[in-house]
Ligand binder design. Sequence first.
Ligand code: GLV
Ligand code: GLV
Length: 332
Amino acid sequence: MKVVITRKMPDSTVALLAEHCDVYMWPDEHEPISRHKLMEQITDADALFTNVTDRIDRELLDAAPRLKVISTMAVGFNNIDVAEATRRGIPVGHTPEVLTEAVADLTFALLLATARRVVAGMAFIREDRWKAWGPMLLTGQNVYGATIGIIGMGRIGEGVARRARGFGMNILYCNRSRKETAEQALGAAYCSLDELLKRSDYVVMLAPSTKETFRMIGAREFALMKPNAIFINTSRGTNVDEAAMIEALRTGQIWGAGLDVFETEPIRPDHPLFALDNVVMLPHIGSATVETRLKMAEIAALNILAGLKGEPLPYRVNPEVHVAEGAQNKIK
Ligand code: GLV
Ligand code: GLV
């Protein structure tokens, strides 16, 4: 059995797989594997260990006749054509749960950093502009007691709501379906997206990237937000119309934004967002703590090993694949 790993992974993860399979691993930790190299390596692969930067589409699956399992080291799987994998009977694994608290922490870090101008304050000192204490110097927005609106109340949304409670915040949320457990346990109030946008001081985007959420926040939505609103995105950049967001930030229609994700990644220093002084940006590091990333890599490897054995993956995106296989086994 051969597994293809598309980015240099920790030794412990590779060892877990090498015990059972031949491993091809792209040797660079920072530079993604080229499409050409991936197409070449996938032709005789039984398993694919991927990550958010690889596009796993029909063309790639066509080139991989032996592929038995796809495993991504991420909770989001919008880079994978899951419907196509399902059609071919290939289970797709991901790594939810272990990253929930780390991503909720980073979401709150961005919220606080944007509200209290943490990065601007550091630059202010570095540039030697700090001449004296000033009554209105680097004044930001209140967090404690403010209203937070969470778009997408999944596990990470609940993690953010738990933190918001500690900050005495009034919590609103919208979601495809109501989450009565979150309402009871966290005091979150369910409302429509428009109402959330009109009432929130902090609008936090945590919805998954799907056809329905593509650019769900655009010019109309930014126009509904308060002038003191801070928009936080730690989900996927494609959930937002980036040009409309830049316009809302530039014209002061909203007060600021804290962003860990972008429409096209990576962004470079010549990106129009850098012309603004009311944004805090990070390079897609929501789950990036040592402990969390090691656990994600381990779960991604365990998903692969289960898939190669024909067992249900510990965390699967398309469980219907295994239902179908179970039925086939019974017919035999
Ligand atoms: C990272 O963006 C993830 O989906 O885990
Ligand atoms: C967005 O609100 C979603 O989770 O569907």
